[in-house]
Design a protein around this ligand. Structure first.
Ligand code: ZN
Length: 266
């Protein structure tokens, strides 16, 4: 059943009230990252991935798109060892964490100079955020969490570098960030001296494919690079994150014949 767009006057009053409630929640959640003020409500439960396209006409691509993310990465069709992206990361003096109601998102100042180079185009790191459990799978396995480092080209195109995070006993370089996560939607917290290089595995072997945002509006044309090898995230950090966001992963989507290239590596 469609949540919006009913012709019934009674229903439309209810819908309007729901919309106002949703707007009020969004006002609390703030307007950073994936939550934009006025954005129709979506979540991973009652209004979860199977229903996103019903929530707003602007979300139609979530169902109609044929280049959606995430996908299962278990059968690379092409191996291009030298066709890897370049990672040009360096320390950042400070990032700002926001609990936007869907994830913990860290804003990275563009002046920090962090970037990736994809097929000759430089994409600047603007933010990173988390999902639990992972969204992509590698050889059929999901990881405890997934880190998405989001980059923007001057044209506005997006490129995401994804890192699968496996559970480990000890604190990791992500612990300082995750331990500072604001538990309440709309709250922010600054974390000084963050080095995104520490979030990556040594071996940068990578799956590359054309996909989409994994959250509404599921916009396509996103350059995806998913590192083949995981890095560690502590069990304590996972448990704390799960207490804020019990699950936040979109299921894997059909490939529809899209090529997946396996590139790079040591
Ligand atoms: Zn993401």
């Amino acid at each position: 059943m469609s949540v919006l767009g009913s012709a019934s006057p009674v229903r439309s009053v209810v819908n309007r009230r729901s919309a106002l409630v949703a707007l009020a929640l969004l006002a609390v959640a703030g307007c950073g990252g994936s939550v934009v003020a006025g954005e129709p409500h979506w979540d991973y439960d009652a209004e979860g991935p199977d229903h996103w396209a019903d929530l707003d006409r602007g979300y139609a691509t979530c169902r109609a798109g044929h280049a959606q993310s995430p996908i299962a990465l278990d059968s690379p069709t092409e191996i291009h060892p030298t066709d890897h992206i370049e990672v040009d990361y360096r320390p950042v003096s400070a990032v700002t964490l926001l609990n936007n109601g869907h994830t913990i998102q860290a804003s990275v100042p563009a002046e920090s100079g962090n970037a990736i180079v994809v097929d000759g185009t430089r994409f600047t790191l603007t933010q990173f955020h988390f999902h639990l459990p992972s969204e992509h799978t590698v050889d059929g396995d999901e990881a405890a969490m997934e880190l998405h480092l989001v980059h923007t080209a001057p044209s506005g195109r997006l490129a995401v570098l994804a890192v699968l995070l496996r559970a480990a006993d000890d604190p990791t370089p992500l612990s300082r960030v995750l331990a500072a996560s604001p538990a309440h939607p709309g709250r922010t917290e600054a974390v000084a001296a963050v080095d995104p290089r520490e979030f990556l595995p040594v071996d940068l072997a990578q799956f590359r494919y054309q996909g989409s945002l994994t959250t509404p509006p599921c916009t396509e044309g996103v350059e995806w690079t998913v590192l083949r090898h995981s890095t560690a995230v502590s069990v304590t950090d996972i448990d704390n994150y799960r207490a804020m966001f019990p699950h936040s992963n979109r299921p894997t989507q059909p490939r529809y014949g899209r090529p997946v290239v396996l590139a790079g590596g040591n």
